[in-house]
Design a protein around this ligand. Sequence first.
Ligand SMILES: *[C@@H]1O[C@H](CO)[C@@H](O)[C@H](O)[C@H]1NC(C)=O
Ligand SMILES: *[C@@H]1O[C@H](CO)[C@@H](O)[C@H](O)[C@H]1NC(C)=O
Ligand SMILES: *[C@@H]1O[C@H](CO)[C@@H](O)[C@H](O)[C@H]1NC(C)=O
Ligand SMILES: *[C@@H]1O[C@H](CO)[C@@H](O)[C@H](O)[C@H]1NC(C)=O
Ligand SMILES: *[C@@H]1O[C@H](CO)[C@@H](O)[C@H](O)[C@H]1NC(C)=O
Ligand SMILES: *[C@@H]1O[C@H](CO)[C@@H](O)[C@H](O)[C@H]1NC(C)=O
Length: 449
Amino acid sequence: MSQKKIFLVLIAVSTVSLLLHHGGHLNLTFEAFGLGCPSSTVSSTQGSSGPSAKHTSVAFLKTHKTASSTVQNILFRFAERNNLTVALPITTCDHQFCYPRPFSAHFVHQHTTPPDIITNHLRFSRAELRRLMPNNTMYITILREPGAMFESLFTYFNQYCLSFKRVPNGSLETFLDHPWSYYRPEEKDSMYARNTLTFDLGGDKDRPSSEAAGYAKRFALEVERVFSLVMIAEYFDESLVLLRRLLSWDLDDVLYVSLNMRTPDSKSSLSSENTAKIRAWNAIDSVLYDYFNASLWRQLSTLGLACVEREVQLLRQSRDRLVRSCFGGHLPPLRSAAQITNKELRPWQPSAKVAIVGYDIPVNLTQKGHIPLRDECLKMIMPEVQYTRLLLRSESLRYRKRYPLRSSQQTSRSVGQVRAHKESPAPSLIPRPSDTMARSTRGALRLSQ
Ligand SMILES: *[C@@H]1O[C@H](CO)[C@@H](O)[C@H](O)[C@H]1NC(C)=O
Ligand SMILES: *[C@@H]1O[C@H](CO)[C@@H](O)[C@H](O)[C@H]1NC(C)=O
Ligand SMILES: *[C@@H]1O[C@H](CO)[C@@H](O)[C@H](O)[C@H]1NC(C)=O
Ligand SMILES: *[C@@H]1O[C@H](CO)[C@@H](O)[C@H](O)[C@H]1NC(C)=O
Ligand SMILES: *[C@@H]1O[C@H](CO)[C@@H](O)[C@H](O)[C@H]1NC(C)=O
Ligand SMILES: *[C@@H]1O[C@H](CO)[C@@H](O)[C@H](O)[C@H]1NC(C)=O
């Protein structure tokens, strides 16, 4: 009996010392198993794909003001590391797929097809995405609590969206007291002013209030049928735990820093009265949110809350390690867009009144050069507009290398079909014999900067 015990203790001790003398991979796996996390192992090493290979076909519906830029950045970096193709908008659509028009496969730049991943802003259309994406695509999106979300939309778009712009003194309270005095459903940017999530998901934001409750329930069920995961911004790291498992990705694949935030002083806290008014005004979004928040927590409970908590801690530790190795200590300072000297890192500003912050690279990190900023570090803090432009450039290069003939033929054809760009011809990256002929018809590939 006691011999048995001693034997077991010896086994345990040598296992622990073995683990302690190994790298991070074993360490993480050990910690995760120690808490009885079911199934998938927590591996921090890239390339060790574990029991099932990483899933690479993902359609992420990027909703507005929901931390979705951070998810997009994770997906962009994953695509680059794994040589995947990200569907990107034609230049006439800007960096969004001609939002708020419903998504059409015609909005996708041909050099970015056939895609593995799509994540730039679009208004959801199941049929059109099905036409474009592989048939094993996982559909994912993210929702945010309607009160905080509406406050954020109201501030962010206060000069951009007419429904908000006509409110005297830019007062959220004034808007909420009589929303119909300011809101015009048919107006161009009205989707930012009511049930934005529903609109982005392809639903009817203006369903009359008598039908809204029933409609919202049916719509939630439909969204649940199509989407494999609906993340919740308030529980972002917990949502990432589910995302990572769904896609069989490594912990390293979902490390991030927050992007596209406002400065703390342009946020205001909401009274419970205003929250209630916002929920009433955005009744369909509110039903969706409550439904999917409950669903998220059911899934987390199934996984085991202790296990989830542990993995969230691991995620944060790994992120801190990455930030240390990238920026030597802590994140680069947050600065308002106007103060950011590096153009590649300056976030888009909806108006002068909202301070969207981004990261600036301290001069001593870049120029004095004792820590050259690695590519993966720069990408982690790069705003979406710049990153989109950069990806289009590299995917175009790859496309032309891969299909030197097809790219000129297809472009000539597609001009007649859908792409009515008025852009000037792009400079040629890879000279081809047919170049002068192709040049006159080639679609918009603007190689800016
Ligand atoms: C194992 O994990 C702990 C806590 O996460 C960390 O402090 C330690 O450095 C790791 N050990 C190795 C060998 O990576
Ligand atoms: C991606 O492509 C590059 C260049 O073609 C190649 O060296 C690299 O091994 C590829 N990586 C993966 C993960 O396939
Ligand atoms: C997916 O598409 C491929 C080829 O387009 C086809 O062979 C396969 O059967 C499809 N799978 C499903 C589940 O529909
Ligand atoms: C707008 O603000 C000014 C000064 O703060 C105040 O006098 C005025 O009553 C406000 N107007 C409305 C409609 O709230
Ligand atoms: C989300 O759901 C959980 C579990 O039901 C609940 O405790 C939490 O308050 C909800 N969060 C929000 C913001 O409604
Ligand atoms: C860069 O400069 C900042 C402020 O001047 C300082 O806090 C930081 O430690 C420096 N970093 C390095 C790597 O020298």
